[in-house]
Design a protein around this ligand. Structure first.
Ligand code: UDP
Length: 244
């Protein structure tokens, strides 16, 4: 850990992976895990007055390219992946609202019976009114990931940071996978370029390049440690900070 101060943040895009809403096995939805995630979000919104937008992943239900049915058309498979994120968004919305937090789900694929359509100005207005906005259905396009959706939404709503929560048990970005390589060391901070050139598989390259171009810092951290999210928005040294 270094003593270099980290910035604190007033408007964030938080990107929990799909697994962050699942139980031990990493698949489906788990009530306790979702509630724990909801409580951390509410703490930021209600106690620290942070504008919180959430982009949810879908990997706990479907992975467009790896886990899909063999031979399936790639675009079709990605459409299923995006619908998976909508299920997660609705589950998280429910958990937040049960705890008394007003929310709106905005979907990049229109489904007016269950969510608003994504409209940037409207999303910003919700944030200004103290609502948590959950962005569902990724970018609405196949061949992308929810990491890229999170980067895009962060730029659109002028978020100060993209915070990516994983559930891998790995608390940031390492020189190699610490679960298999004992010599792996953790980066307190690393540049966008280094993440890309060293091929550190923490986030997809499209998302990192996009954040670099648009000057959006990224923090990657392990969500299983309670209180980490709060610490990050207050400038604490959790996880790894990616910036120029
Ligand atoms: N997806 C997509 N376009 C997007 C976002 C997601 O096609 O803009 C699909 C893609 O198939 C992806 C799946 O949705 O594999 C689930 O998203 P992701 O893998 O990013 O979820 P996470 O790993 O964060 O759980």
């Amino acid at each position: 850990m270094t003593d270099t101060p980290r910035p604190s943040f007033r408007r964030i895009v938080f990107k929990p992976s799909g697994e962050a809403l699942a139980g031990e096995g990493g698949t489906g939805l788990d009530g306790d895990t979702i509630e724990a995630t909801a409580r951390e979000i509410i703490d930021l919104r209600q106690n620290l007055d942070v504008d919180v937008a959430v982009v949810v992943g879908g990997g706990n239900f479907w992975r467009g390219r790896e886990g899909s049915l063999r031979g399936m058309d790639a675009t079709q498979s990605d459409h299923i992946g995006m619908l998976a994120t909508v299920m997660n968004a609705l589950a998280l919305q429910d958990a937040l609202e049960r705890e008394g937090q007003e929310t709106r789900v905005q979907s990049a694929i229109e489904m007016p019976r269950i969510a608003e359509a994504y409209i940037r100005r409207r999303a910003v207005r919700h944030l200004e009114k103290g609502r948590v906005v959950i962005f569902a259905a990724g970018t609405g396009n196949p061949f992308f990931t929810t990491d890229t959706a999170a980067a895009l939404r962060a730029a659109e709503i002028d978020a100060e940071v993209l915070i990516k929560g994983t559930h891998s048990g790995v608390d940031g970005i390492y020189s190699a996978d610490p679960r298999t390589d004992r010599a792996a060391t953790k980066f307190e901070e690393i540049s966008y370029m280094d993440v890309m050139t060293k091929d550190l598989k923490v986030m997809d390259t499209t998302a990192i390049a996009f954040c670099r171009e648009n000057g959006i810092p990224i923090v990657v951290f392990d969500m299983s440690k309670e209180g980490s999210l709060r610490s990050i928005v207050q400038g604490g040294h959790e996880g790894t900070l990616v910036r120029d």
